[in-house]
Design a protein around this ligand. Structure first.
Ligand code: OAD
Length: 247
């Protein structure tokens, strides 16, 4: 196992749909998941959007409304990562593939959404991004252009480049500890992060998931089980091991 660097260690945390599953948001690849009920090429590709924009808008309108349901709230795994960020003795970055807002609602600060955000939309003409809580329909006008048909969900679709990649790889290059939580490890670029962290920075790596993934053998340690049960204990252990921030 790689040696533990105790001085101002750099921690990179990657999360996926599994961390929000216990908050009631469906994952993508479970048997009742989103991709069982919808074809990716219809609702999550630029070509699908060109073919049938109303279908795509309806899909994201539904998901946007879904995460604003009063029953949906951050869980103990989101909160454990807030505790980790607050007390971590070195630099910290949380990168999520999730498009919900549960990390920020829990209190996470250093957070990047690499696949976009459900509660934002983007004008395809100006690239301006707007906070958006409601629906987009064929009658919705963009605030900047004042015409219909230019707004799209601020979501990364298949075939598009994830967001913030320069910042993400710069941090990964020099991270000491890499933790992955609730992601199936089949969607690149995120699926390549553990190899990158180990190859460039020789980081120690821990995977937290309900079950083994195609990437499990790349990790130094795997914690099996629901994230709300495994992550709080891991956070306590890591803070004891690396030493919490003094302030
Ligand atoms: P997936 O649905 O592919 O995988 C969810 C993972 O979470 C699985 O490995 C589950 O075993 C695990 N899991 C489920 N419940 C859990 C729990 N309570 N505790 C811990 N782990 C749990 O979701 P992602 O890996 O996030 O991209 O998917 C990656 C990307 O594929 C998404 O961001 C999305 C999707 O297509 C885009 O839309 C661009």
């Amino acid at each position: 196992m790689p040696s533990v660097k105790k001085q101002a260690p750099r921690l990179f945390v990657l999360t996926g749909a599994g961390i929000s599953a216990e908050s009631g948001i469906a994952t993508f690849r479970a048997s009742d998941g989103l991709w069982e009920q919808h074809r990716i090429e219809d609702v999550a590709s630029p070509e699908g959007f060109k073919r049938d924009p109303e279908l795509v808008q309806r899909f994201y309108n539904m998901r946007r409304a879904g995460i604003q349901d009063p029953k949906i709230a951050p869980n103990d795994a989101h909160r454990a990562l807030v505790e980790l960020e607050r007390r971590w003795p070195g630099e910290f970055l949380l990168v999520t593939q999730n498009v919900d807002n549960l990390h920020e609602r829990a209190g996470s600060r250093k957070l990047l959404h690499m696949h976009g955000e459900l509660l934002k939309v983007r004008c395809q003409s100006s690239d301006q991004v707007y906070v958006w809580n409601g629906e987009i329909t064929s009658a919705t006008k963009c605030e900047c252009c004042q015409v219909t048909g230019t707004l799209r969900p601020h979501i990364v679709w298949f075939g598009e480049m994830p967001m913030h990649m320069d910042e993400i790889f710069e941090f990964l290059d020099a991270c000491d500890l890499f933790i992955s939580v609730g992601t199936s490890g089949v969607v690149y670029l995120a699926a390549g992060f553990v190899a990158h962290a180990k190859g460039r920075g020789r980081a120690r790596s821990i995977e937290v998931n309900l079950e083994p993934t195609p990437l499990t053998t790349m990790f130094d340690e795997q914690l099996a089980g629901p994230a709300t049960k495994t992550l709080p204990g891991l956070v306590t252990r890591l803070l004891a091991e690396y030493g919490p921030r003094k302030n």
